[in-house]
Design a protein around this ligand. Structure first.
Ligand code: PGA
Length: 257
């Protein structure tokens, strides 16, 4: 395990999967399987339709709920969108912003992501801000240029004292849903660079406290090696979060779940 004092945080991003009933049932099973792991924050991110029902089902337990997406405004004529105050009122405590699928498929920009992160934060929700490079950008040697640009933009609206209450997720796009995980060393390189950048932007104390998740084909059999890296504080898990067994084994990080 990483030797830092940062509390590990493992989140399951269910993307556009599972009905409301299936979501509630998976959440309950995850709660059962994960409740005994007290040294880790566990989060599930169902579809927007299921956030309320899942949060209600999990209300008395340690597993928290995240929205996968939000609009930056509190309310208004934005057909199809959901806002941070609505997400908070539905019982979620976190919000994912800037996932690469949102950036690539739905035109989200660095500035838009920053505005949404700020809006979530202002409503008492913890933003999980995703950053990451494409394969073409990695092959062109642009990984750190891209990731640092995304991190810098995302932190822009935040005071240094607020930064420890954010979560960043480094998700190389070429590792998402592909079965091709970044090696622990590749991930650590970027996590270390991101933490160094945060130290320059917000100071060493904020950088030391900020949690940075890795995401991209995280599985029960690779979580331990990833978590052993000094700057990897958790995981944002897609495919392997869709069954309670594999997600619980990831939360267990190499222990018996
Ligand atoms: P994956 O997705 O674990 O299925 O690669 C990760 C993510 O998109 O957050």
């Amino acid at each position: 395990m990483a030797t830092s004092t940062r509390r590990p945080v493992i989140a399951g991003n269910w993307k556009m999967h599972l009905t409301v009933a299936e979501s509630v049932s998976l959440a309950a099973e995850i709660q059962n399987r994960c409740a005994r792991f007290r040294d880790v924050d566990v989060i599930v991110a169902p579809t927007a339709l299921a956030v309320y029902a899942v949060a209600k089902r999990l209300a008395d337990g340690p597993v928290a709920v995240a929205a996968q997406h939000c609009h930056g405004a509190d309310s208004g004529a934005f057909t199809g969108e959901i806002s941070p105050p609505l997400i908070a009122a539905a019982g979620a405590r976190y919000g994912i912003v800037g996932h690469s699928e949102r950036r690539q498929l739905f035109g989200e920009t660095d500035a838009g992501v920053a505005g949404k992160a700020r809006a979530l934060f202002d409503h008492g929700l913890t933003p999980i801000i995703c950053v990451g490079e494409s394969l073409a950008e990695r092959d062109a040697g642009q990984t750190l240029v891209v990731v640092e640009r995304q991190v810098k933009a995302a932190l822009e609206p935040f005071a240094a004292t607020e930064v420890p209450r954010l979560i960043l997720a480094y998700e190389p796009i070429w590792a998402i849903g592909t079965g091709r995980t970044a090696t622990p060393a590749q991930a650590q390189d970027v996590h270390g660079a991101v933490r160094a950048l945060v130290a320059r932007l917000a100071g060493p104390e904020a950088a030391a406290a900020l949690r940075i998740q890795y995401g991209g084909s995280v599985k029960p059999d690779n979580i331990r090696a990833l978590m052993e890296q000094p700057d990897i504080d958790g995981a944002l898990v897609g495919g392997a979060s869709l069954t309670a067994d594999s997600f619980a084994r990831i939360v267990a990080r190499g222990e018996e779940p």
